[in-house]
Write a protein that binds this ligand. Structure first.
Ligand code: KIV
Ligand code: ZN
Length: 553
């Protein structure tokens, strides 16, 4: 009989820690609701002690989500555990996920602790956590590089102290599939009380093996898999949920597992992530990339027409992608637009519908046929999702090959118009300088990409911008038939995300929050010198956990 495996989604914790993927509370909540619709078993909603913002989002998700277990990460420290519990205790099914490093490398250089000290701390903190909450997960960080016998002793100790789930992380993505499977078997055979806990696997993708290692772990006896949507996460990311579950669904002959997850929600979930964060999904991304079901070559198309199974091992419908023959254009109404967006996996709020339909009409006026790729680009531009602090009122550029480009940009903030004029070596540069002058906040332009969404002459231009300041890295996307307008939209989406974070830090500082205060004081406008070199995230150096220190895993 098929055995149940639990899907533990850590997009909002391990995934959100990755640069460029940060979300605000409202975005996290929206994403958590979609994870609930996707049918994951556990949502790791964040690291409650990391910041007041993280605490608030874990708490909000805990009270909004009813169908999944909601977990908060915490170090094996009393104050972390208490904070995690405060954040998740309102959940229908709360879980505290606590961890301590177990490899000699981490113990010696990071924690400066002996094995025995780590053992005692882990056991006493799991006992403490278990007094608060019934569902305790414990992770020996860097388990894959830990001494196996010490790992077994530690796992035995924390199970005795009350841990119900033992998560085995390959924190740095070092393991090979066979080796990782053997590690799980070793634990199954050498930890005497292992039957009192569920083994979970948490694999990073540094060598591109996260999903393979996760499958090996499940095959060896693990019954919980930790994943993220599109595999986002620290460095090269985590195991991608869509790849893992579709591998199991497609190869039932090898993996006889049962899961709650509704694969038909996978496409929609991946698009939601992309539209919230403004990070594009690579066209060749397995399962949910735009090319995952596209057949270009004549031979393939011929085979597909004869029998789709010739080149398709899973159907587009199985991930929630619906085929269409309908073409949208300037006469299409809102109903047809919304229907097509739903078929593409997007469910739009009334506000988003209004904004996107207006964008659609705008484009349809200039472009005869609107393809699915245009719609996806419009949706994923994410401009509708970014905070609306500064809005574009208008811009005028004057540019040519015998002159210095000039841009006159007018933005609106709280209904007030602010204008600036700048000159530069090109029109986009001049616009960006004008925006910087208006917002009075320096940033470094880390990346700028321009591409045509489709092949034709009237194609939409899509611009992706990445900027950074001392708080972090922010992305934006813009889509328009005019590439300068697309550039302005993408910059404003990124700028608004940046300003929101900076202003929140200042507000928290003023309202007396100590940790926010420290961050805000350390924030200084960037110098010219810093702006001209590639920006490194400086983060905040302090005793407490910050996103930067968490990036170590
Ligand atoms: O990769 C890792 O080790 C982690 C743990 C905290 C589970 O993310
Ligand atoms: Zn991790």
């Amino acid at each position: 009989m098929a055995e149940h495996i639990a899907i533990f989604d850590t997009t909002l914790r391990d995934g959100e820690q990755a640069p460029g993927y940060s979300m605000n509370l409202e975005e996290k909540l929206r994403f958590a609701r979609q994870l609930e619709a996707l049918g994951v078993d556990v949502i790791e909603a964040g690291f409650a002690i990391a910041s007041p913002g993280d605490f608030a989002s874990v708490q909000a998700i805990a009270s909004a989500v009813r169908e999944c277990t909601v977990a908060s990460l915490s170090r094996a420290l009393r104050k972390d555990i208490d904070c995690a519990w405060d954040a998740v205790k309102g959940a229908a099914r709360p879980r505290i996920h606590t961890f301590i490093a177990s490899s000699d490398l981490h113990l010696e250089y990071k924690l400066k602790m002996s094995r025995q000290q780590a053992y005692e701390q882990a056991v006493s903190m799991v006992r403490h956590a278990r007094n608060l909450c019934d569902d305790i997960e414990f992770s020996p960080e860097d388990a894959a590089r830990s001494d196996r016998d010490f790992l077994c002793r530690l796992v035995e100790g924390v199970i005795d102290a009350g841990a119900r789930v033992i998560n085995v992380p390959d924190t740095v993505g070092y393991s090979m599939p066979q080796e990782f499977g053997e590690l799980i078997s070793y634990l199954m055979h050498h930890v005497p009380n292992i039957d009192k806990a569920i083994i979970s696997v948490h694999c990073h993708n540094d060598l591109g093996l996260a999903v393979a290692n996760t499958l090996a772990g499940l095959k060896a006896g693990a019954r919980q898999a930790e994943c993220t949507v599109c595999g986002i996460g620290e460095r090269a990311g985590n195991a991608a949920v869509e790849e893992l579950v579709m591998a199991i669904r497609t190869r039932r002959d090898l993996y006889d597992f049962d899961y709650r997850l509704k694969t038909e929600e996978l496409y929609k979930t991946s698009r939601l992530l992309s539209s919230i964060t403004g990070v594009a999904i690579a066209p060749n991304k397995a399962v949910v990339g735009a090319n995952a079901f596209a057949h270009e070559s004549g031979i393939h198309q011929h085979g597909m027409m004869a029998n789709a199974k010739t080149y398709e091992i899973m159907t587009p419908e199985s991930i929630g992608l619906k085929k269409t023959t309908m073409v949208l254009g300037k006469h299409s109404g809102q109903h047809a637009f919304v229907k097509r967006m739903e078929d593409l996996g997007y469910s739009l709020s009334a506000e988003m519908t209004a904004k996107l339909f207006a964008d659609f009409k705008n484009v349809a006026d200039k472009k005869k046929e609107i393809t699915d790729r245009d719609l996806v680009a419009l949706m994923e531009s994410g401009t509708h999702a970014a905070p609306k602090i500064y809005e574009l009122d208008n811009f005028v550029v004057n540019s040519g090959n015998t002159m210095t480009a000039t841009a006159c940009v007018t933005l609106k903030r709280d209904g007030k118009k602010i204008q600036a004029v700048e000159m530069a070596t090109g029109p986009v540069y001049a616009c960006f300088k004008a925006v910087e002058r208006i917002i009075k906040h320096s940033y470094v332009l880390e990346d700028y990409q321009l591409r045509a969404v489709t092949e034709h002459r009237d194609a939409l231009g899509e611009v992706l911008v990445k900027i950074s300041d001392n708080h972090g890295v922010y992305r934006g996307r813009g889509v328009s038939t005019d590439v300068i307008e697309a550039s302005m939209q993408s910059l404003l989406a990124a700028v608004n995300r940046m300003i929101e974070v900076a202003e929140r830090a200042h507000q928290e500082a003023e309202s007396g929050d100590q940790s926010a205060g420290r961050k805000a004081k350390e924030w200084v406008p960037l110098s010219e010198e810093a702006r001209s070199r590639d920006m490194k995230i400086t983060g905040t150096v302090e005793g407490d956990v910050t996103k930067e220190t968490l990036h170590a895993r």
